[in-house]
Design a protein around this ligand. Structure first.
Ligand code: ASP
Ligand code: CP
Length: 332
């Protein structure tokens, strides 16, 4: 047995570097909190790994890249895709998962704070995916954690892994991102997916159109930030003026759970519905995306249209999340 070394005499440990993994791997031990941490080179790297993951899943289904690693899936808000795609990603890589999908059955219900919950889970897991209703919660968790924190959505703030899978979808479906016109429609005020995606797209030469009811407009601070980076952005209240030029139509749900006054929600919930008639006015080579869940914004009749990319988008998410787990755990 090794001689006992008192804690204050033990060698310094980088807060995010568990022992025994390849320290040279890009993103090793890093948190994924905001899309602002990525540049175009990083995106190429992530997407390259995601393509390898897809090839491996198609070839062998499950393999042992993360054998012995454990993911804690800590969800304070409902989720189907983010929680189960991270779960599936970890299992397909040979690792395992502690699922806390309903915090009311955890000690959070006894009043345990987020930092203490994080400190607890990192004793048992190598990486934590956190979804939480407060903006900044993932950054707060990362301050306390020694293990990587992946932001699975922090209130109306960001949803960075969604934006990565959205961008991957655009690349795989349309080839190039530069030169595209991306039209975001629906709840641009509370929708964290559009906040992250608009920021990520600002790394490219794109035109962004924002279509929303007046009370759900894209936050002005975000528009100003992108303006300063020279991104072309225009706001509209209807879709018609930009339909013909749109390459990516990114539809979002009105985020009912974020409204203080449900009467306001009732007024805007049905503001836009994409139907086969809408698609008659678009290019043949364009895609319709949606982070999902949908609650009426896209009519079921267009699911069979090849331009409807929202189900394929979910599958791209699996490969991107496999890539991210492998990267932060030093195996890619
Ligand atoms: N699932 C996405 C999110 O959690 C979009 C949505 O819920 O409307 O942000
Ligand atoms: N797109 C997305 O985040 O879906 P879930 O809310 O189901 O995780």
């Amino acid at each position: 047995m090794a001689a006992f070394v008192p804690p204050n005499e033990r060698p310094e440990r980088s807060p995010h570097l568990p022992f025994g993994d390849c320290r040279e791997a890009p993103f090793y031990g890093k948190d994924i909190i905001s899309v602002s941490q990525f540049n175009r080179e990083d995106l190429e790297y992530i997407f390259g790994v995601a393509r390898e993951m897809r090839a491996m899943v198609e070839r062998v289904g499950t393999f042992d890249l993360l054998k012995g690693k454990i993911l804690a899936n800590l969800f304070y808000e409902p989720s189907t895709r983010t929680s189960s795609s991270f779960f599936s990603a970890m299992e397909r890589l040979g690792g395992s998962v502690i699922p806390i999908n309903e915090v009311t059955y955890s000690s959070v219900a006894k009043g345990e704070s987020l930092p203490d919950t994080i400190r607890t889970l990192e004793c048992y897991a190598d990486v934590i995916v956190l979804r939480h209703p407060e903006v900044g919660s993932a950054a707060l968790a990362a301050e306390y954690a020694r293990k990587p924190i992946i932001n699975g959505g922090d209130g109306i703030g960001e949803h960075p892994t969604q934006a990565l899978l959205d961008l991957f979808t655009i690349k795989e479906e349309l080839g190039e991102v530069d030169g595209l016109t991306v039209t975001m429609l629906g709840d641009l005020k509370y929708g964290r997916t559009v906040h992250s995606l608009a920021r990520l797209l600002s790394l490219f030469t794109v035109r962004l159109n924002y279509i929303s009811p007046d009370i759900l407009r894209m936050p002005p601070e975000l528009i100003e930030k992108l303006e300063a980076k020279g991104v072309s952005q225009k706001e509209y209240s209807t879709l018609e003026p930009v339909l013909a030029e749109t390459d990516v139509l990114y539809v979002t749900r009105v985020q009912k759970e974020r409204f203080e006054n449900l009467d306001e929600y009732e007024k805007v919930k049905g503001a836009y519905v994409i139907t086969p008639e809408t698609l008659e006015q678009t290019k043949d080579k364009m895609i319709v995306m949606h982070p999902l869940p949908r609650v009426g914004e896209i009519s079921l009749e267009i699911d069979a249209d090849p331009r409807a990319a929202y189900f394929r988008q979910m599958e791209y998410g699996l490969y991107v999340r496999m890539a991210l787990l492998a990267m932060v755990l030093g195996k890619a």
